[in-house]
Design a protein around this ligand. Structure first.
Ligand code: FAD
Length: 690
């Protein structure tokens, strides 16, 4: 039979939809560098970038590529630090490359006088980061097909490897371990050890520093490199544009890309292009004065954004004005903060991390992670620009003496501006080139939140449950405050016309660039996750989520209640929740009762209040008390879900489940642990931890 036009159109649409689904939107230009336009304007780089790394190396004269697989920006940051160090200390011609921007089938054609570095984060349950999925599948695949037929295939390749992981996860640093194994198997030559950084132990930065020095020594020997006096060689030029003012239309005041600048933002909305979403509602969930937990409803009905129960929403924060001012002040930028600048990459492989022309103020407020912990390496680098000899000596010491750094900087949670101020005793740092700040201060990262609503119940309204980060630091006048959660708190206070808003909160530029976020908007995108309810609702589920770890479980229970109302057969749902006190931080207390009314005996909430009784009780203790029941449910193929604190809770829960199996099935603990492992592999045991 012939297809008529309508059939063809319908088929075409289905096909396109399928392609979009399986390519995660890559064909739609989603992964295109969002700043390509500004770079094009600024740097005069040819359009139509090559995916051929050899071509790229040749045309740019590089001999060291640093590939990164990064989710939250740390691996990317380490990659660019290595690039800078390689160049300034050894005169290597380095380039940083996003793994998803290149093809890998010609890794075998990279000549042996060049070196390839892999800086690879492991994400979630031992997964590659989004930008490294294709590379990982290629290199660890059965028989990767390369362009030449060398034997061994990668016999010419010299590589260096460092992984970023978290030892609280089962598959610790599996990305770098597996890639390293695969490369060795293909005959590639590793230089130095394959390093591993551990975020779980809080030693990532120190692990990185400890790994890189011997690596450089091995590399210098292998490639016959001479170390030279480190010289600062800027990667970016910063040009003041006196003919422009911040009122000019072409000047970016914090808009994330050109569409946003031109007021024509449209989807797809993703990690390069946020949707400026209205906040429909915001409420406080805690019943205490000094701690806050926010519930927010983000309205995405004006966009094509969609989500599934269990996904994450990313919030794009703005820096607090107080910290922006502090940064401007110590670097002596206050007077010219609103001057217009253009930033150009001085070499073709560098990307300007924000669109320009822009202003100093906009860069610092919207694009730099100015509040985060500082690295010792950066302090050493800044020593050269100190205002006097004394500050220079202090910075050099902070950079090289781990214990001194710990005592003076780390324990006080100082950010870069605060460190500079302490180190120079308040003297302004007038000599620091702005380019070094662009190069070394990480890009401001979106923060992820486990969506606390069900997409079945409210497909176009995304709920967030976020505890506001505020810590008293001994010996410090003001508390330490998290960037994104205090920004959300400020938005909430604004929405409620709070007569006594937090003084800190007031300083946020809540209305956004050119007031585009006014009327309480927040830039967001959605990240899909594998944390999913069983497709068959009649399966029992065991949910373990203390504190804000309960966020996705509010969504799960909401969904199951709706399914029950729709007449579906919904299995048992047992939720373990824990907090400090019933009267203080028992979030969604009333809501659970409503779900109970709908789900009846099929829903049970088990609580652990750690500070209400004489003894501290946590969720894992409650689990243990219910050991027999848990074991019975697991025998009925129940699914277990754990969400929240990765460092302690998730590990304790894992151990407890093992113990329960051992006790109730009369098997050795090692056997029980094996069963838990298999449950994880079969997605019967899922974690969403941070
Ligand atoms: P940040 O400013 O990012 O600070 C966070 C922490 O970093 C601080 O507590 C501190 O330990 C450290 N830090 C920052 N700056 C310094 C410094 N100068 N010196 C020393 N230490 C420093 N949170 C929720 O509340 N609810 C959720 O549902 C939720 N879901 C998540 C899901 C996922 C997949 C992930 C990855 C995280 C989730 N989080 C959730 C955590 C959330 O993403 C944020 O990390 C959290 O809200 C803090 O963000 P912030 O910007 O306020 O704090």
């Amino acid at each position: 039979a012939e297809l008529d036009t309508l059939d063809i159109i319908v088929l075409g649409v289905i096909l396109l939809g399928t392609v979009a689904y399986f390519t995660k939107g890559k064909l739609w230009g989603v992964t295109k560098d969002p700043y390509a336009n500004s770079l094009l304007n600024a740097g005069g780089i040819k359009a139509g970038k090559t995916r051929n790394i050899i071509e790229k190396l040749e045309e740019s004269g590089k001999n060291c590529i640093i590939f990164y697989g990064s989710q939250t920006g740390t691996a990317e940051d380490y990659a660019s630090r290595l690039a800078k160090e390689g160049k300034s200390r050894f005169g290597l011609e380095t380039m940083v490359a996003d793994l998803e921007d290149y093809d890998y089938d010609n890794l075998d054609a990279i000549p042996s006088d060049k070196v390839v570095m892999f800086i690879l984060a492991t994400y979630g349950e031992g997964e590659p980061t989004d930008n490294a999925v294709d590379f990982y599948e290629f290199i660890t695949g059965d028989e990767p097909q390369f362009s030449e037929s060398n034997d061994p295939p990668l016999g010419n390749l010299n590589y260096v490897a460092f992984g970023l992981g978290n030892n609280t996860y089962e598959h610790y640093n599996s990305m770098v371990r597996n890639v390293n194994k695969a490369l060795e198997k293909l005959g590639a030559h590793r230089i130095g050890d394959a390093g591993e950084g551990d975020d779980g132990a809080g030693t990532m930065e120190e692990d990185f520093l400890a790994w890189k020095d011997p690596m450089w020594a091995a590399l210098a020997e292998k490639m016959g490199l001479e170390e030279r006096e480190a010289v600062y060689d800027p990667i970016f030029s910063v040009v003041e544009r006196d003919e422009l003012t911040k009122e000019d239309h072409e000047v970016y005041l914090g808009e994330p890309n050109k569409m946003h600048l031109e007021g024509s933002a449209k989807g797809p909305f993703n990690a390069h292009n946020p949707y400026i979403a209205p906040i429909a509602e915001s409420t406080e969930l805690f019943a205490v004065k000094d701690r806050n937990c926010l519930h927010m409803e983000v309205d995405v009905s004006g966009s094509n954004l969609s989500y599934q129960t269990g996904d994450h929403i990313a919030i794009w924060p703005t820096n607090p004005g107080e910290e922006v001012d502090r940064f401007m002040d110590i670097l002596d930028l206050t007077e010219k903060r609103h001057n217009v600048i253009s930033v150009k990459a001085l070499e073709p492989t560098a990307k300007v991390p924000f669109p320009t022309p822009t202003t100093y103020d906009a860069v610092v407020r919207y694009h730099m992670e100015i509040c985060s912990p500082v690295s010792r390496q950066f302090l050493s680098q800044l020593a050269a620009f100190a205002p006097d000899e004394e500050s220079k000596a202090e910075m050099t010491r902070l950079g090289s003496d781990k214990d001194y750094f710990h005592e003076k900087v780390a324990i006080h949670h100082l950010n870069i501006a605060r460190v500079l101020k302490v180190a120079s005793k308040g003297k302004k740092w007038t000599n620091v080139p702005f380019s070094i700040l662009i190069e070394s201060v990480t890009k401001l990262q979106p923060r992820y939140y486990s969506i606390s609503s069900s997409s079945l119940v409210q497909p176009k309204k995304i709920s967030i449950t976020a505890v506001v980060e505020k810590q008293e630091i001994p010996g410090r006048e003001d508390p330490f405050r998290g960037v994104a959660t205090n920004y959300l708190l400020a938005l909430k206070q604004k929405q409620h016309g709070d007569p006594n808003p937090e003084p800190f909160g007031v300083s946020y530029e809540i209305t956004g660039p050119r007031n585009k976020y006014d009327g309480i908007h927040v830039p967001v995108h959605v990240r899909h996750s594998n944390f999913k309810l069983p497709s068959d609702p009649s399966k029992p589920v065991i949910l373990i989520g203390p504190g804000t770890g309960v966020a996705p479980f509010r969504a799960f229970v909401q969904e199951r209640a709706k399914q029950a109302e729709n007449g579906e057969n919904v299995g048992k749902t047992i939720l373990f929740f824990g907090c400090r006190r019933k009267s203080e931080d028992f979030i969604y207390e009333k809501e659970w009762e409503q779900y109970k009314n709908i789900l009846g005996d099929n829903f049970e909430l088990v609580t652990a209040f750690s500070r209400d009784g004489p003894k501290k009780v946590y969720v894992q203790h409650r689990l243990q008390e219910r050991g027999k029941e848990i074991n019975d449910l697991l025998e009925k193929k129940a699914y277990i879900y754990v969400c929240g604190d990765a460092a302690n809770m998730a590990r304790e829960v894992n151990a407890t489940i093992g113990r329960i199996l051992a006790q109730n099935r009369g098997i050795p603990e090692t056997k029980a642990e094996e069963i838990v492992k298999n449950m994880r592999a079969a997605n019967q045991y899922q974690e969403d931890v941070w």
